[in-house]
Design a protein around this ligand. Sequence first.
Ligand code: SF4
Length: 438
Amino acid sequence: MAVAVAFAFAFAVEVEVGVEVGVEVRVEVAIEVAIEVRVAVEVAVAVAFAVEVRVAVAVEVAVAVEVEVAVAVAVAVAVAVAVGGRRRGPMVPLPAPRYTPPVRYTPSVRRRVRPLSPARAARLRPLLDALDAELDRTARISADPVEFPRRFPDPHDAEVAGLVAVSLAYGRADVFKPVVARVLARMAPSPARFAERFARAPDPAAFDGILYRFNRPADLAALVAAIGHLRLRHGSLGDRFTALFEEAEREAEAEAAEARSKAPRAAPAAPAPRALRPALSRFAAELRDAPPVAALLQGRGGRGLRHLLPDPSGPGASKRWNLYLRWMIRGPDAVDLGIWRGVPPSALVVPLDTHVHRVARHLGLTARRDASWRTAEEITAALRGVDPDDPVRYDFALCHLGMSGRCPARGEAARCAVCRLARACLSGPARSSTRRSA
Ligand code: SF4
């Protein structure tokens, strides 16, 4: 039992710190752990709820008083573990248990994963096309932050609205979307012109009254001023990102050439896009360090802005950054805008969130449990087998399969029976019956 609880803590905290996820996911992770080590699911669920509350409070406090979030989280977990060790019951009042164990088709997805072979990629593609085709785009776009940049026909406004929207796209969509709408309403009618004017003459009170979780009006003012500064200096965000991407590509090619000269007989490394992450990291740093930012954040500190514009070279999957790039670079189609033409869609990395991660594990695109950049790259590499020129083309469909609640954490007969991906799913009923008959 103690081991199970410790595992549940570890997974719950890892998920909390690594990506923005809901309680539902923490509970699912806890349940998975509980099943693996055969302990009571209710205990694991209780622990997941308790840790979620403690860690959320710790992070809020850390942001408020400008201390290290990692330290605060570690303290919260230590306290939670200590309290959990003394008590046998839940640490906070809990709702009635609402989890019913589903039909379990596979004991572990991890043990059954194989690299995506060309034959498997060829089988997967029509299934993904079918999933994509059946998607109710109008309904799903209205539940997605891509709705905001799509409101603006001018690409300059769209790239600014997109960055504002994606920076705030953490937590639940139905909670952050009204916040994004309020920020953009203050920047109407042209977010691009507003941001440029704002960079020249910042008004610290421009976003007064708009608060969202870790962010305060000063953070929003700094974000908009930074966007305006980059646009004034480089013409557009797209122009600047493209220049950084090309620079990073040249550096990656020079590094590869040097490695080849040192080991001429070594097999050439498989071509893999390596420029995106460093380019993104420099882009984020330029925004955070834009000259108008410091004055706007006086007395506030930079932690809130860093949450809006995180560093992609960190351990996380940088879901929001990769989502923004997907919107700007691929397409145009019914979802993505395709307004930055200087970067190829083949260089994109899948915006890894809990929904995409879950479906990717079901499909055997990754066996990794951590929501890291490495996992995102692994899933992207598998999807590159399906479409080398546009590996993230199915991201919207995969994400909304998870978001809509149609794909459970483990295979369930009723939901899997109507799933377009069932024939390729490692957790679905088709696989299960194949194995039974083999
Ligand atoms: S078959 Fe079931 S578990 Fe697999 S992807 Fe579809 S809904 Fe999810």
